[in-house]
Design a protein around this ligand. Structure first.
Ligand code: NAP
Length: 310
């Protein structure tokens, strides 16, 4: 039987994904018509990005799953017309990219690289940074991405405390959960990485109260979602020196508006939501594997729990 797989994402996504998807679907032993237009009642699977005009899933009565190209699903998870199983993207290449971004920016701050890269006065300052083993890190979110980043930092000897919703055990990482766990993780962290999904519970996880728990001068890396941080509280903490620097990849409004104070703040680094991108060849294999699972009656990978919102 030929499956109908609707690609509901942007033109740019289509240009990037059409060939890798066709190859991955064929390699998975499936026969499918991958299309950008189809009668809704004929569609078996939808490959989806929230930038798509498709917002009403009700007519897709035969659709067995909606397969997101994005790891974060906050823009789709609450759609009341979406009753089909929803799977988010867990792409090994995206994880690799996130590890590189987090480790790179953590090392920038840990080693104080700016002091030497930006040294207009040609100051000879021979002071050495501490070792990584002396620089505690808090990883807020210990899912696919947070755990991979925590492991990479721990491999460099950073003492890493991970924080998640449910209790966890990860070799080499001290794992905490719950409100008390958050306070404990923050109270000792010189570098905080936020890799939580955006849900009603995680919004403003870093706020005036929790930022005040940090050791003075701590650094924040946010490649998760803008809403995890209260912008005004962060700006106040930066101005007071409570937070030494914030490297932010994600924002409440994207692109970050030109007049947003983050652009000009001397202790904020803005990266334009590039921490980790889904890569078409590996992501296509993940999508094809989920279609194969759907057809074989096996559980889908990376299925979103709508109750939790991620
Ligand atoms: P994930 O596997 O779903 O992991 C989410 C983690 O957050 C889990 O450890 C979860 O705890 C924890 N969490 C959720 N709600 C919580 C709460 N209320 N309190 C404490 N912990 C909570 O997600 P992921 O794949 O690692 O991705 C994380 C986020 O990264 C995505 O949602 C997306 O927003 C962002 N992202 C950004 C980029 C970028 O380029 N900047 C790229 C990809 C993804 P449990 O383990 O207990 O469930």
């Amino acid at each position: 039987m030929t499956l109908t797989v609707l690609f509901a994402a942007s033109d740019a996504n289509w240009a990037e994904y059409a060939e890798p998807l066709r190859a991955a679907i064929a390699a998975a032993g499936l026969t499918a018509s991958l299309t950008r237009e189809a009668a809704p009642q004929a569609v078996d699977y939808i490959i989806y990005a929230p930038t798509s005009p498709l917002q009403d899933f009700a007519p897709y009565i035969r659709c067995k799953a909606v397969l997101s190209l994005w790891a974060g699903v906050e823009r789709i998870v609450g759609n009341p017309t979406l009753t089909q199983p929803l799977c988010r993207m867990v792409d090994p290449a995206l994880t690799e990219g996130m590890v590189e971004w987090v480790v790179g920016h953590a090392l920038r701050h840990h080693l104080g690289m700016d002091r030497h890269i930006l040294n207009p006065g040609h100051v000879w300052d021979p002071s050495c940074p501490p070792l990584a083993r002396e620089r505690p890190v808090a990883m807020l979110g210990m899912g696919e991405l947070g755990t991979a980043c925590a492991r990479a930092l721990a491999a460099l000897n950073f003492p890493v405390t991970g924080w998640s919703r449910s209790p966890k055990q990860v070799d080499g990482i001290s794992c905490l959960h719950g409100d008390a766990g958050l306070d404990q993780a923050l109270s000792q962290a010189q570098i905080v990485v936020t890799l939580l999904p955006k849900t009603p519970e995680t919004e403003n996880t870093l706020n005036a109260r929790t930022l005040a728990l940090l050791p003075k001068g701590a650094v924040i890396l946010n490649p998760g979602r803008g809403a995890l941080i209260d912008d005004d509280a962060l700006l106040a903490a930066l101005d007071a020196g409570q937070v030494g620097h914030a490297t932010l990849d994600v924002f409440r409004v994207e692109p970050l508006p030109p007049d947003h104070p983050f652009w000009s703040h001397p202790r904020v680094t803005v990266t334009p939501h590039i921490a980790a991108d889904t890569r078409a060849p590996s992501a296509s294999r993940v999508i094809a594997e989920n279609i194969r699972r759907g057809e074989a009656g096996e559980p889908f990978l990376n299925r979103v729990d709508r109750g939790r919102g991620y």
